[in-house]
Structures are given as structure tokens and as C-alpha cells.
Write a protein that binds this ligand. Sequence first.
Ligand code: UT7
Length: 329
Amino acid sequence: MSKRYAGITGTGHYVPEYVLTNQELETIVDTNDEWIRTRTGIRERRILKDKDKATSFMATRAAEEVLERTGTDPKEIDVIIVATVTPDYMFPATACLVQKNIGATRAYAFDMLAACSGFLFALTTGSNMIESGRAQKVLVIGADKMSSIVDYTDRNTCILFGDGAGAVLLEAFEEETGVIDYVHYTDGDDQCLLYQPAGGSKRPASHETVDLHLHSLRQDGRPVFKKATEGMADVSAEIMKRNNLTGEDVDWLVPHQANLRIISATANRMGLDPSKVMINIDKYGNTTAATIPLCLCEWSDRLSKGDKLVLTAFGGGLTWGATYVKWSV
Ligand code: UT7
């Protein structure tokens, strides 16, 4: 069998209507618009206010959009992978809820947890399934309802995160296109720099864990900032070197949207003109697994077949990586 490639043939997204501005946050915690904008680049973020709706709702809407835009019958989907740290339930997987909602009756479905690197790791998994010949069409979704695990009394973290979902459809190609190469890393030594202390089997929910706010995410911002800046820049440079790419060759950098200063440092290291960097952190903040597919969807009209993209992310775990994609449509 000749080598197969996994190309991205469409994108979809969903962001909730409610806009949480920096000005509104000023009324909730001791912060100010200027501090948030200059330290992070964020002006506002979207929040899923409806108490009955969760991550699967946003993931489903993003999936429906990509199916519609590509004219794909849900019954053609072989696999659904949802990257998330905020599943509707501990189990079943959010991907199973999406499978039911969209009527993908032939698909098997599972979640992947790699925090902010979740979408990249899921993209790698999905593309390997297609390259192996076992799958023809794979839906890869990044979706997070971060507002469900943010402590809105903690100014260090509550200004950073928002809710949203993005999806891509992967399909098999004979020509060299789609996911060309990837480099992924994990460093479990620093697992507690960014994590959700309770709710898992180590510290199940109890009165004490609730009283201590242990179900909200915790981040030691400064060391994560340093490691993220080094990690994203290094891994992006590494994937460029492996594929003989210069800053001139790369058409788009698609960075995880955690902090504008981290994004700028990565683009600088790659020798990229700022006009080639996808940035929407100002509108959505950090939506964890959703940031990269949200960018791909928002920029999809400006992408052409053959465009060279470098996707890169850094997050809890610690996990980080970069993926080299040639746009397929
Ligand atoms: O997506 C997963 C990976 N995550 C990341 O990549 C995030 C990485 N970290 C960051 O982006 C940055 O560390 C933050 C944006 C979280 C914080 O920025 P920073 O420049 O590292 O600030 P800092 O934590 O060093 O705090 C500086 C000062 C402190 O005051 P003192 O101690 O210098 O008096 C904080 O108390 O800013 C204060 N501060 C705030 N002030 C106003 C912290 N949060 C706020 C706030 N509003 N919201």
C-alpha cells in the first residue's frame, strides 16, 4: 500500500454568546483592564452561562459545523476524539455524547487529556489512524468549558480563561499533504505547576475539597510562563529544522493562546513576520484544548492548499509540542 496522509478538509467552531470583559472582571476581583491587556493580551472571553449546557454542547456545535461545511454524512465518521480537561462527566467520555448528538452511528469515540496540548496530541492520534489505513474520516475536537473549573475569587487565574470549542475533519489523501510531522514532549516532574487538585481518584469530592476550592484549577504563573516561552519556541524551532523550513517558508504560526507575550517570543524565535501569526487571544482568552482549532476555523477563509502551518502548544502535565501541517484544501 502506498503511503497515506491525513489532511484537514474542514473546520468548525462554537463560542458562547456571553462576553466577559476585563471591565466586568474589575468588579469581581482586584484587577484592572490595563494589567490584563499588557500582561496577557486578553480583552474579553466567552462564557457558557446556561447551567444545563457543558463541554459536549460546544463540541457538538463545532462538529455539526464542520460536517455541514464539508458536506459530510455523520455516518461516514470512523472515529471521534475530543480533547478536553472539562468533560461533562468523569465518564462516559464527552466524545460519546458528541457521537450520539451528531448521529455518528458507525464511529467509536473517546476523550484525550493533555490539557492545552490536547488538540495537538489528538490530531497526531487521529492522523496516525488514517495513515495506518484503519480509518478514513476522523473528527478531532478541542473543547473546554474552563468557567466550570475557574475560581472567580482568584485573580491570578480567573482573568485568563474562557469557554469554546473547535473541530477539524481529517480525511485520507494519497498525495503528501496534511499532518506531515510532529514533535511532542511531556515533563511530569512539574505536574503541580498547573493542575486541578481534587475531583479525581486521589482526592475525590468531599466537604473539605469543596471548602478549600480544590476543584478549581491552580497555576503557578511565573514558572509556567518561563517554561511555556522556552518550550513553545524551542519545539517550533525544532520542527522547522527537521523539515528544513525557514521563517520565510512558514505561511502561518498557529499558537496556543495562553499569553500574547509567549506567542510573540515564539514567532520571533521562528523568524516570522507578525502578520503570519494567528492571534485571537484578545477575544477568547485561553480556551485550553480549543485555542488552536478555533484559530484554524477563524482563519480558514484565508488558507490555501499547500500553505505551510506550524501548530504549537504548551500546557499542564507539563505537555508541549509542535505539528507541521500542509493545508489540504
Ligand atoms: O495555557 C497553559 C499554559 N499557561 C500559560 O502559558 C500561562 C503562563 N503564565 C502567564 O501567562 C503569566 O505568568 C500570568 C499572566 C499568569 C501572570 O503574569 P506575570 O507577569 O507572570 O505576573 P506575576 O504572576 O509575576 O504577578 C505580577 C504581579 C504580582 O504582584 P506583586 O507580587 O508583584 O505585587 C501579582 O500579585 O501582578 C499581580 N497580579 C495581578 N494584578 C492585577 C496577578 N494577577 C493580577 C491581576 N490583576 N489579575
